[in-house]
Design a protein around this ligand. Structure first.
Ligand code: SF4
Length: 468
């Protein structure tokens, strides 16, 4: 049984929130991190999570014991109207430090009464980023507050063991509001969870690798088995072919980012181990997207086969951060990179594909405020018209590299282009889908006609001003 599948003990996690009042069997709890491979040092980070971030108490029982012994603490209950229906009690925690943080950086409740007496938020921290996906509860590490590191001595850290975190989840249930997420469109939720659990197992096996490209290739082969039912690619030969393809992909991405030299830090064992162990966490942010009513700026979901490419790009960006002078890359660095560069990662994942405008999308207008960039954008706008691309089948990378931009200009252009094209292009090989309505098809057709019949000058006017 895989590390990711190890939760089959009797018992369940009670969800006590206003929107989720049910129990989740332990086999439906998915831990999006390797069992025991993460570690943290509260002394080193000076208890950043205990400094003015607020915390939640789990219902009346936990509140009464929390307030016992203090005649004043109840004043700092944070009466947020959004919390009214939940049993949890939100506490205002003021900078520079929590009421219970001692001068030497320890939690007084933990020291005097044990971990189980701490508020719910603190008991679960840093594994308190919880999401509901269908019938599953996905347990993730907090995306930013804790400078999690990879356990490098081969031993397992008891604080990040799945059994330990499960015990904390079961002890009093979960009263904090949960993020509701959807699975990807190209696989059922159950199959997706199976795929993610296999990836967790692989991450533990690959944590000593010196080549993230190899791990990315293995993820791709596994994903294709699930999504495209391609058992023949599961062979070692399938993986080695993909490793070559991944290395070519990295070279292509570097060219587009205006970096002409090979990255010396790609072989750094610590960087590779951090990226491998972070992979299930990063995947959980890509694969499980907030449901439409909760969706903010994350945009549309990615295709599962894009994910290994996007993660390889995060690795490349982390290596570039090293090359630019960063002293250490942590898991929170990688999560931040993923969040801050999502549209770039999506664009780069298409560099070796022939892509075109999605049916019905409005071509984004406006200038880049920079002449050479505007001209290149106009050229790409026309090149991505479906009729054009179905004939030419040019990869997005080649289309971009056709420009005469210098390395630094190209890097700037690619980032701007990524924002413009986000959620608006798709591979030419992918069917349009049955849900594209007649109106959207007509609007796409009209737009195609308009743009393809215009010269560069008129097109520029449409793009800039929206008028003919
Ligand atoms: S209660 Fe303890 S663990 Fe929670 S924020 Fe305060 S000091 Fe930190």
């Amino acid at each position: 049984m895989s590390e990711g599948n190890s939760m089959t003990k009797v018992g369940a996690v009670r969800l006590l929130t206003s929107t989720h009042e049910r129990t989740i069997p332990t086999e439906d709890v998915y831990f999006a991190f390797c069992d025991g491979r993460l570690t943290y040092d509260c002394e080193e980070c000076k208890a950043a999570c205990c400094r003015g971030k607020g915390y939640l108490l789990n219902g009346d029982t936990e509140s009464s014991s929390h307030f016992a012994g203090s005649k004043t603490l109840h004043v700092f209950v944070n009466e947020d109207p959004g919390q009214q229906k939940t049993p949890s009690v939100s506490m205002l925690n003021l900078p520079p430090a929590c009421f219970f943080l001692t001068e030497d950086g320890f939690c007084r409740i933990h020291v005097t009464k044990g971990s189980g007496a701490k508020p719910e938020t603190c008991r679960l921290f840093p594994f308190n980023s919880l999401a509901v996906v269908g019938k599953y509860l996905v347990v993730r590490a907090h995306p930013s507050l804790c400078p999690l590191k990879v356990k490098s001595d081969g031993a397992l850290d008891p604080n990040s063991r799945h059994t330990f975190v499960l015990g904390e989840l079961q002890s009093a249930g979960v009263s904090a509001e949960l993020t509701v997420c959807e699975g990807p469109t190209d696989l059922s939720i159950q199959e997706t969870i199976n795929l993610e659990r296999e990836t967790v197992t692989l991450a533990a096996e690959f944590s000593a690798t010196r080549s993230y490209a190899e791990f990315a290739a293995t993820q791709l082969v596994l994903t294709e088995q699930y999504v495209r039912s391609k058992p023949e690619t599961a062979s070692g030969r399938g993986v080695s072919l993909q490793v070559d393809a991944m290395n070519d992909f990295v070279a292509h991405c570097l060219r587009l980012l205006g970096v002409s030299e090979r990255l010396p830090d790609c072989d750094d064992p610590e960087l590779n181990a951090t990226m491998v162990v972070a992979t299930p966490i990063l995947r959980s942010h890509l694969v499980f997207q907030k449901s439409p009513e909760e969706k903010t700026r994350s945009g549309q979901g990615v295709q599962l086969t894009q994910v290994p490419f996007m993660l390889l790009e995060v690795f490349v960006l982390a290596a570039l951060a090293f090359a630019s002078g960063m002293r250490a890359v942590r898991i929170q660095t990688l999560i931040r990179l993923l969040e801050a560069t999502r549209s770039l990662l999506t664009l780069l994942s298409f560099v070796e594909s022939s892509v075109m405008w999605k049916p019905g999308v409005m071509i984004p207008r406006g200038t880049f405020g920079w002449g050479a960039g505007d001209l290149e954008y106009e050229r790409i706008v026309k090149a991505l018209l479906p009729a054009q691309q179905r004939k030419a089948e040019r990869s997005l990378g080649h289309l971009i590299c056709d420009s005469g931009l210098s390395n630094s200009e190209r890097s700037r252009f690619v980032k701007k282009l990524a924002c413009r094209l986000h959620d608006k292009i798709k591979p030419t090989s992918e069917p349009d889908g049955n849900n594209v309505g007649l109106r959207r098809r007509l609007s796409a057709g009209m737009q195609r006609l308009a743009v393809s019949n215009l010269g560069e000058e008129s097109l520029s006017k449409i793009l800039v001003t929206g008028r003919r």
